[in-house]
Design a protein around this ligand. Structure first.
Ligand SMILES: Cc1ncc(COP(=O)(O)O)c(C=O)c1O
Length: 330
């Protein structure tokens, strides 16, 4: 097995810390956090780990432009824009739906990092996605650029290496703290973070580590299908020496709420609780919803009692500034 080329863009390793004050509120529950919100490149969260591999591939193939898609508040688009600024590449972001009235949060940073943004009505983008992407890539080629397309969330086999590597890092840190058995919880949307992390636990033979994905969009059947496919493609493409089976995927369901990026009261309370007890910010789209599964688990004794529970904090703080009223309202 050969690790693909990687550009060192993130500040690694990220800290693994115990949330002592929070744990004391729940019978001394052993709640830990892997601070991947602190990966650097302006708090790029989980995305920069994936982009370290994808950008290395783009640069080695002589590409001068990264093209990707997302919403106005996409952490992935913002992280791609930051990586491009750092490497002197162009970023072209296909944003759906159409432009917001106010430019704020992640989208403000897209502009400051110098990304070019193109807006599409959501329905049109969904209906004509492939044609739109092909058209943009052809146009950039015709203009003398060499673009590299990055799928949503950088969830492609190469991007999975970001979390294969992150889990090796976590394994070493757990070892340093004398922790051999634990539950690890990660938010799931486009799936590359969970897929990479799962492959990482299999590669590192972490038999006593149970990795749980908490969907914050779509349903579990969808993620089983998509993430299963992504894991298989990654195993095949890089000849990973593991037997991947769908049965190794585990999800904790029930935290999407009404839909992707629609906040709910428990998630807002989780943001406030972490802010007040630990001085750590979660975000309303991904990490707060996933963290609710830990709060429920420690309350009913399923998590953090017999063995530690580790939350992978995947970042996303800039969304807090996009919807401040949600965080302040009771
Ligand atoms: C802050 C944050 N956490 C979690 C996720 C979910 O990661 P993935 O899309 O790899 O499932 C994302 C990306 O969509 C994100 O931006």
């Amino acid at each position: 097995m050969q690790e693909p080329k990687r550009l060192s863009l993130a500040t690694l390793p990220t800290p693994l810390v115990r949330l002592e004050r929070l744990g004391r509120m729940f019978d001394d529950a052993q709640i830990w956090m892997k601070r991947d919100d602190l990966t650097g490149l302006e708090l790029s969260g989980n995305k920069v780990r994936k982009l370290e591999y994808i950008a290395a591939d783009a640069v080695s193939r002589g590409c001068d432009t990264l093209v990707t898609e997302g919403t106005c508040q996409s952490n992935h688009c913002r992280a791609t824009a930051a990586v491009c600024a750092k490497l002197g590449l162009h970023a072209v972001l296909l944003i759906r739906p159409e432009p917001p009235d106010e430019v704020q949060g992640n989208h403000l940073l897209d502009a400051l990092f110098g990304a070019q943004t193109r807006y599409y009505p959501l329905e049109r983008f969904n209906a004509e996605r492939e044609d739109i992407v092909e058209g943009v890539l052809a146009e950039l080629n015709d203009a003398g650029h060499k673009p590299r397309w990055i799928p949503m969330g950088a969830s492609e086999p190469l991007g999975c290496w970001g979390y294969i590597r992150a889990i090796a890092e976590l394994a070493e840190q757990l070892n340093g703290f004398g922790i051999s058995a634990c539950d690890v919880i990660v938010p799931v949307s486009s799936g590359g973070t969970y897929a990479g992390a799962l492959l990482g636990t299999l590669l590192n033979r972490m038999m006593d580590v149970q990795l749980w994905g908490v969907p914050v969009s779509d349903d579990v059947d969808y993620h089983m299908r998509e993430i299963g496919g992504l894991c298989r493609r990654t195993v095949n493409q890089f000849e990973l020496p593991i037997d991947f089976a769908d049965t190794s995927m585990r999800f904790i369901d029930g935290y999407v709420g009404e839909g992707y990026a629609i906040p709910y009261a428990a998630a807002i309370q989780a943001i406030r609780l972490l802010a007040k007890t630990e001085g750590i910010m979660l975000d309303p789209v991904y990490t707060a919803k996933a963290f609710c599964s830990i709060l429920d688990g420690v309350k009913d004794g399923r998590l953090g009692q017999d063995r530690p529970v580790v939350f992978i904090h995947t970042g996303g703080i800039f969304s807090d500034f996009a919807w401040p009223q949600n965080l302040l309202e009771d």
